[in-house]
Design a protein around this ligand. Structure first.
Ligand code: TEU
Length: 535
C-alpha cells in the first residue's frame, strides 16, 4: 500500500509560543513565516498549526468563537494567505487544527441558543431540562468537575466535556454537520493541506447510553465528512482519538476506509499513570510495557492501516524530561527517543523544540500557570493532596511545561520575543537553543535532520515489516525492520546504566548512533545505534 504522504514528517507548531513578530510576547503568523527556512533545513515537509481561529483563549484556542476568522492576536487572513503561499513555494504543506467536538461558549451559535428559546441553533448543542439542580448524568469533564453546567437562566443544563467555556456540539443534528463541512471546504479551497482533528472520536457520543468515545454513529459521520470534503483532494487528515485500539484504528485508516489517513493513539502515553485513575496519579514507566504497546501498533497496522508516531505535543510532557534524562544525559536520551520513533513505520510528528531537546519547565507558583486544566487541577487536588504532591504531579504532567516559548537563542526571552512572553521562558535557553544547535554536527538538531533524511531515502523505514527483539529485556529496546533484501536494526539502551548486550553484528553496518561505545557489546547510558544489512 502506498500513500503520497508516507515519507512525510510533520512538525507541530504551537503558534502562541513559536515566534513573536509584533512585540507583544505572543507568537504570531508573521513569526512563523519568518522561520519557514528553518523547517526546510530540518527536512520536515508538513506543518501542523494548533488553532489560530478567533477565540477567547480559555483553552488556548481549542475554544473557537468563529471558524472563519483568524484570531487578531495571531494576525489577519491576509497574513494567513501569505503563510500558505510562502510555505507552498518552499514545498511545505500546512495543516490546521479542526476543533469540532465543541465550540467556545462565545460562538454566535451558542450565544443565540442560550438567549433565544426557539433559536435554530439550540439543537446544535446538548441541553437538558434542569430538574432539581442535579446534573442529568454523572459524566465528568476532562478538566475536572461535572460535564454539565447550568445556562445563565438556570433552566437548563448544557454539556461540555472540556472546560465550561467549551460546550459540546450535537453531531446528531444534520444542519450542524453540513455547516461544519462547508467550513472545512472553505479552508481547503483556500489551499490548506489538511487537518488534525481534535478529539474527533468524541463526536459520535450517545450520552443517554453513557457512550462518549467511538460512538455508534462516529464512523458514519466520518465517511459523510470524507465524501463532503476530502474525496479527490490531496490532503492529510489526522484524527486525535484518545480511546482507540489497533482494531478501531484500522477501521479509520485502512486504504478504502473513506475516513481518515491516520490517528493519534494514546496507549503508549498512558503507561506512566495508574490504571483507571486520572493522569495526575503518577506511575513509573516500565520499559517492557512501552515495547509491548508500540510493537503491538507496529504489527497490527502493518499493511492494514497507517500509524502516526509521536512522543510529545502541546498536551503531553516533553519526552526527554518524561522518560529520558533532561540533566546529564539530555543530548543522548533525546537522540535515543528520536531514533526509536523515527525508525518505526508511520508518520512521525516532531513537536516544536523537540528537535533541539527542549525540556519541561518546572513551575512552583500558581501565578505562573496558564493552562485551564492545570489551574482547575491545582484547586481540586489541593483539597485532597498536600501541596508538594500537587506540584510533583503538575510538573510531571501539566500542559504548560511543554508549551513554553521556543528557544531560538540565549537572549533574555530566548529570541522568541523582545517582550515578556505570555508564559515563562525556560532559563535553560542559555544553552538549549536553535542558535547553538543548528551548525553543530553533534547536536540533537543535526541528529533529527539525519533521521528525517533517512526516511526519505530508505524504503525499509517506510515499508518494512517490524520485529521486536527480546520483549522481556528491562533496559534495551531493539527492533528490526525488513523490506525486500534490506534490514534496519535499531538498538537502544533506555536507561542510564551501562548495559552489556552482545549481538551478532558482524554482517551489519553502523549508519547512525549517538555515541560510539568502545566495546561493541556494551551500550552506554541512552546509547542508540542504527544498523543496516543487505542480503
Ligand atoms: O486534547 C484532548 C485530550 O483528550 C487530551 O489530550 C486532554 O487535553 C488532556 O490531555 C487532558 O489531560 C485536545 C487538545 O489537544 C487539547 O489541547 C484541548 O484542550 C482539548 O482537546 C479540548 O479541545
Amino acid at each position: 500500500m502506498k500513500r503520497w504522504y508516507e515519507k512525510s514528517v510533520i512538525y507541530q507548531i504551537y503558534p502562541m509560543s513559536f515566534k513573536d513578530s509584533n512585540h507583544d510576547g505572543m507568537g504570531d503568523i508573521h513569526g512563523i513565516i519568518s522561520k519557514l527556512d528553518y523547517f526546510v533545513e530540518l527536512g520536515v515537509d508538513v506543518l501542523w498549526l494548533s488553532p489560530i481561529y478567533v477565540s477567547p483563549m480559555d483553552d488556548n484556542g481549542y475554544d473557537i468563537a468563529d471558524y472563519y476568522q483568524i484570531n487578531p492576536m495571531f494576525g489577519t487572513m491576509g497574513d494567513f494567505k501569505l503563510l500558505l503561499k510562502t510555505a507552498h513555494q518552499k514545498n511545505l504543506k500546512i495543516i490546521m487544527d479542526l476543533v469540532v467536538n465543541h465550540t467556545s461558549d462565545e460562538h454566535i451559535w451558542f450565544m443565540d441558543a442560550i438567549n433565544q428559546p426557539d433559536s435554530p441553533y439550540r439543537d446544535y448543542y446538548i441541553f437538558r431540562e434542569n430538574a432539581n439542580n442535579t446534573p442529568p448524568t454523572n459524566q465528568g469533564s476532562f478538566f475536572g468537575g461535572s460535564a454539565w453546567d447550568l445556562t445563565p437562566d438556570q433552566k437548563h443544563f448544557y454539556f461540555h466535556l472540556f472546560s465550561k467555556k467549551q460546550p459540546d456540539l450535537n453531531w446528531k443534528n444534520e444542519h450542524l454537520r453540513q455547516e461544519i463541512y462547508t467550513m472545512i471546504n472553505y479552508w481547503l479551497d483556500l489551499g490548506v493541506d489538511g487537518f488534525r482533528m481534535d478529539v474527533i472520536d468524541l463526536i459520535g457520543k450517545d450520552i443517554e447510553k453513557g457512550i462518549i468515545g467511538n460512538g455508534p454513529k462516529l464512523h458514519d459521520y466520518l465517511k459523510e465528512m470524507y465524501h463532503a470534503c476530502f474525496k479527490g483532494r490531496k490532503v492529510i487528515t489526522v484524527g486525535e482519538t484518545g480511546g482507540v485500539t489497533p482494531e478501531i484504528a484500522i477501521l479509520y485508516t485502512k486504504e478504502d476506509s473513506e475516513e481518515l489517513d491516520m490517528v493519534f493513539q494514546f496507549q503508549h502515553i498512558a503507561l506512566d499513570q495508574e490504571p483507571h485513575r486520572d493522569k495526575w496519579h503518577l506511575k513509573k514507566l516500565d520499559l517492557k510495557d512501552l515495547k509491548r504497546v508500540l510493537s503491538k501498533w507496529q504489527i497490527a497496522l502493518y499493511q492494514k492501516g497507517w500509524n502516526s508516531l509521536y512522543w510529545s505535543n502541546h498536551d503531553q510532557p516533553r519526552i526527554v524530561s518524561r522518560w529520558g534524562d533532561d540533566g546529564e544525559y539530555r543530548i543522548q536520551s533525546a537522540k535515543m527517543f528520536g531514533a526509536l520513533l523515527h525508525m518505526m513505520q508511520g508518520t512521525p510528528f516532531v513537536y516544536q523544540g523537540e528537535e533541539i531537546g527542549m525540556t519541561n519547565l518546572k513551575m512552583h507558583d500558581l501565578k505562573d500557570l496558564r493552562d485551564v486544566e492545570a489551574i482547575n487541577m491545582y484547586h481540586e487536588k489541593m483539597k485532597v493532596w498536600d501541596e508538594s504532591r500537587v506540584w510533583d504531579a503538575l510538573n510531571a504532567k501539566g500542559r504548560d511545561n511543554a508549551r513554553t516559548p521556543m528557544q531560538w537563542d540565549d537572549s533574555i526571552y530566548a529570541g522568541f520575543s523582545d517582550q515578556k512572553p505570555w508564559l515563562n521562558v525556560n532559563p535553560n535557553k542559555d544553552f538549549i537553543n536553535v542558535k547553538e544547535s543548528i551548525n553543530d554536527p553533534k547536536s540533537i538538531f543535526s541528529f533529527y535532520q539525519k533521521l528525517i533524511k533517512m526516511r526519505k531515502e530508505c524504503p525499509t523505514i517506510v515499508y518494512g515489516s517490524y520485529e521486536l527483539i527480546e520483549e522481556e529485556h528491562e533496559q534495551m529496546f531493539c527492533y528490526k525492520r525488513k523490506y525486500q533484501n534490506q534490514e534496519i536494526l535499531v538498538m537502544a539502551n533506555v536507561s542510564k546504566e551501562v548495559v552489556k548486550y552482545p549481538y551478532h553484528l558482524a554482517s551489519y553496518q553502523l549508519i547512525l548512533s549517538n555515541e560510539i561505545s568502545e566495546n561493541e557489546d556494551e551500550f552506554g547510558p541512552y546509547e542508540v545505534r542504527i544498523y543496516h544489512k543487505e542480503g
